[in-house]
Design a protein around this ligand. Structure first.
Ligand code: TXA
Ligand code: MG
Length: 331
């Protein structure tokens, strides 16, 4: 067991983080989406430590993070000119672009795919950390594989204590769901994982954008999308918005059977339900911000979480529903 330090971000803790990183160790750090667990992206041994700490399947590649002054083109080849427009519009921020790799990133991180996802986080703590180390950092979300993604330093601590030496605490992440993963190796950019940068936002800049709609038989484009994910440790039941009565019945019966039960829903539906509630908020931004925090809260306070589909009319709903349907079992 390693002693896991939890330190607020300042000059001193950044120096400690830098020493760990340059020594080949892994460090958790905040970003504007979720916390990441990072290590030098060039070192096979370090990248292996990341997979081990998370218990992550070996065929799920890691995103590489750099600060905004880093020359990304040392790592990747730009094959389409629209990439420059996307960089201008969305770097830094919650967008990961998957490029053809120049082969300098560890094949353990890319799972030998020949492509690599690069992200430039906008979070001030993340940029300070990335500037302090000044090397590309491979980092998945800093949770145990399959568990709900961490949006506070405490969430990271609960999952990874004893397994990593340091967590940099930058408070609660303000985006709340992971970055949009966009394949830019094709003529038309393809969204492999939805997030806060939506297809409509990309279309406005590039003129075109598609969603990856893999059939089960296709070669999976974003390997992470095939796994069960984001699940809290309590039981879950996900209902459609029109199934309020059915959900209330399950709630009442479960309470009668001695279970601790909570609803999790947006503010619009909350007023039609009676019982314990975790309210996600009134619009897509609030819901994305609260989603993982409430899934973490749910596993502490209840045995059964009864959740509802989200439909706010925003394009961000696609990313929220992607997480929700993986985190919760459809009833
Ligand atoms: O917001 C985020 O993206 C956070 C923070 C820490 O930056 N990171 C994150 O990493 O969510 P992770 O490992 O939990 O998810 C990365 C996703 C997975 O679905 C993975 O399969 C996909 O990105 N991915 C990474 N590299 C890829 C590549 N070369 N080709 C296709 N998909 C890739
Ligand atoms: Mg993850």
């Amino acid at each position: 067991m390693i002693d896991t330090k939890l330190l607020k971000i300042n000059d001193k803790s950044l120096e400690i983080a830098r020493n760990y990183i340059l020594d080949g160790e892994v460090v958790a750090f905040p970003t504007e989406t979720v916390y990441g667990l990072g290590g030098i992206a060039f070192k096979d041994q370090t990248v292996k430590k990341i997979f081990e700490a998370k218990g992550r399947p070996q065929d799920n590649p890691l995103i590489v993070h750099v600060h905004k002054d880093y020359d990304v083109d040392k790592l990747v080849e730009v094959e389409h000119d629209y990439v420059y427009k996307l960089r201008e519009a969305f770097s830094s921020g919650p967008l990961t672009m998957v490029y053809k790799s120049r082969g300098v990133i560890s094949p353990v991180a890319t799972c030998g795919l020949g492509t690599v996802g690069i992200r430039i986080p906008s979070h001030s703590g993340a940029s300070e950390f990335l500037k302090a180390v000044d090397v590309p950092i491979a980092a998945p979300s800093a949770n145990a594989s399959k568990h709900t993604s961490p949006v506070t330093a405490m969430h990271v601590y609960e999952d990874l204590k004893g397994k990593i030496p340091l967590i940099l605490d930058g408070g609660k992440c303000d985006g709340g769901i992971e970055s949009t993963v966009l394949d830019v190796t094709t003529d038309t950019p393809i969204i492999l994982r939805s997030g806060l940068v939506t297809a409509e936002m990309i279309k406005k800049v590039v003129g075109k954008c598609e969603y990856s709609n893999n059939k089960p038989t296709d070669k999976v484009r974003a390997p992470g999308m095939k796994y069960q994910h984001y699940t809290p440790k309590c039981q879950t039941a996900l209902f459609r918005r029109k199934e309020i009565e059915k959900a209330q019945k399950l709630y009442d019966e479960s309470v009668k059977n001695g279970l601790r039960v909570y609803f999790m829903c947006d503010d619009g539906i909350a007023s039609f339900l009676s019982g314990n509630k975790l309210k996600l908020g009134k619009n897509a931004t609030e819901i994305a911000f609260n989603l993982y925090d409430m899934l973490h809260e749910a596993e502490k306070v209840c045995d059964l979480l009864i959740a509802f589909d989200v439909d706010t009319g925003s394009d961000v709903d696609v990313g929220i529903m992607n997480r929700l349907t993986k985190a919760c079992l459809r009833f």
